[in-house]
Write a protein that binds this ligand. Structure first.
Ligand code: GRF
Length: 210
C-alpha cells in the first residue's frame, strides 16, 4: 500500500475527489493524512469524517518560510508518505522543501502551463481573450508552477464567461485529472525520460472537455 499525504489550504474539493476515487476504485494506496496550513480549512472536516488523520501547521506561527517548511516537513514525514499531494495548498515552498520531495510531490494548477503561472489564472485567461483554458497536474520543482506535466485538461472559454463560470468548468476537469494522476503514481505507471513524464502504457495524458 502506498501512503499519501494531502496538503490543503481551504475547501479541499480536489482532496475529496482523490479520497473518494481511492476508496471507490480500490487503489493500492491509503490517504495517511490531510494537513492544512489554515486551522479553518473546510476540507479538514471532510477528512476527519472519513477517519483520516488531520494536522494543522499554521504558517502564521512561523517567522520565516524556512521555519514553516521545516515544521511542515517534520509533520509530513511523521506519516511516511510515498507521495505528497498539493491540493489547493496556497503557500510558496522553499527550494529545500521541494528538493526533499523531488519526484514524489504533485500539484494541480488551474491553467494550461506554462501559461498563467501564479494567481488569478481565470481572470487573466478571460482578459487575454483566451478561447481555451484548462488545468495541469505536474510534479513540483523549486520554480513555482513548473515541473514535469502528468496530465492536462482543456476546456472552452465561452462568450460571457466570468472567472466564476470558468473556474467551475475547470474544477470539473480538476476532479477528473487529479485522481487519475495520483492513481498512475501509486500504480507505478509514470515513467521519467529526462525531465518529461509519460505513462508506461501510453495512456492519454490529455483530456478535452466541452
Ligand atoms: C483549485 O482550483 C486548484 O487548482 C487550485 O486551488 C483550487 C483548490 O480547490 N490550486 P480545492 O481546495 O481543491 O477545492
Amino acid at each position: 500500500m502506498k501512503r499519501l499525504v494531502i496538503l490543503i489550504s481551504g475547501r479541499g474539493s480536489n482532496m475529496e475527489a482523490i479520497v473518494k476515487a481511492a476508496q471507490a476504485e480500490g487503489w493500492p494506496a491509503q490517504v495517511a493524512a490531510v494537513i492544512s496550513n489554515r486551522p479553518d480549512a473546510a476540507g479538514l472536516q471532510f477528512a476527519a469524517r472519513h477517519g483520516i488523520a488531520t494536522a494543522v501547521v499554521d504558517h502564521k506561527a512561523f517567522a520565516s518560510r524556512e521555519d514553516f517548511d521545516a515544521e511542515l516537513a517534520r509533520v509530513i514525514d511523521g506519516f511516511a508518505p510515498d507521495l505528497v499531494v498539493l491540493a489547493g495548498f496556497m503557500r510558496i515552498l522553499t527550494p529545500g522543501f521541494t528538493a526533499r520531495y523531488a519526484r514524489r510531490m504533485l500539484n494541480i494548477h488551474p491553467s494550461l502551463l506554462p501559461a498563467f503561472t501564479g494567481l488569478h489564472t481565470h481572470e487573466r485567461a478571460i482578459s487575454m481573450g483566451c478561447k481555451i483554458a484548462g488545468v495541469t497536474v505536474h510534479f513540483v520543482t523549486a520554480e513555482l508552477d513548473h515541473g514535469a506535466i502528468v496530465i492536462q485538461a482543456a476546456v472552452p472559454v465561452l462568450p460571457g464567461d466570468d472567472a466564476k463560470a470558468l473556474s467551475s468548468r475547470v474544477l470539473a476537469a480538476e476532479h477528473r485529472i487529479y485522481p487519475q494522476s495520483v492513481r498512475w503514481f501509486v500504480e507505478g505507471a509514470l515513467v521519467w525520460n529526462g525531465e518529461v513524464v509519460s505513462h508506461r502504457d501510453g495512456a492519454a495524458q490529455h483530456l478535452f472537455l466541452s
